[in-house]
Ligand binder design. Sequence first.
Ligand SMILES: Nc1ncnc2c1ncn2[C@@H]1O[C@H](COP(=O)(O)OP(=O)(O)OP(=O)(O)O)[C@@H](O)[C@H]1O
Ligand SMILES: [Mg+2]
Length: 224
Amino acid sequence: MEVVLEGVSRRFVLKNRAVVALRDVSLRFPSGGVSIVFGPSGSGKSVMLNLIAGLDRPDEGSISIGGNVITAMSWPELNMFRRRHISYCMQRNVLIPRLKVGLNIALPLLIRGVDRGEALEKARDLAEALGIGYTFDRAAYTLSGGEQRRAVLARSLTYRADLLLLDEPTSNLDEETAERVRDVIMDYYREYGPTLIVATHDPGFMDMGDYRVRLVEGRVVEQG
Ligand SMILES: Nc1ncnc2c1ncn2[C@@H]1O[C@H](COP(=O)(O)OP(=O)(O)OP(=O)(O)O)[C@@H](O)[C@H]1O
Ligand SMILES: [Mg+2]
């Protein structure tokens, strides 16, 4: 599914001071391709992914995914569209603290009505591939930052999505672990062939993309 942004702007007003997070961004992320979004901290990467995921709305401009204009959808339509087509690994590690890691990872499958045994098996395979199999039966709040990061990523890789959005999937990880994580992401990509968009500071992703975008202060300064 091709992702097209046209003239997208997003501003936030804090104590009467406006922060312009994205300024007139027009971009096309190729269908079925791997796109990498780079840019300094605060340049608007996460704000852009939140808009593409349909968790937030632009102040100006439009966004379409596979020809569906998500900026014209109602919230219920958008929620349905997201559930059907998108998987999003957010930058913040949002896990249910008292729930076991395995169940946290399996949650998207359980919500979709997949049998519990099958869902947990898939969750375990992913946890092991990402090197956190030993945490599977622990409560999520006991994990380190890097372990949480991988549990959140695992959760976003449990099901087949047409559009996979990953925000800093290798933050908080040592290089060896980051490499392993990049491999698991590419395994998913090879298996399911989604449109993949990764926002990252990790230079290890540099050579993996078909398409690269660089944001600075909310503007696209490089693409191709
Ligand atoms: N809800 C919000 N309210 C006010 N300002 C916000 C909000 N969300 C983001 N911003 C601001 O928008 C700008 C872009 O933020 P964003 O999170 O997209 O940066 P980023 O490129 O993802 O940075 P990082 O690499 O640190 O994750 C920042 O200046 C940030 O402070
Ligand atoms: Mg960010």
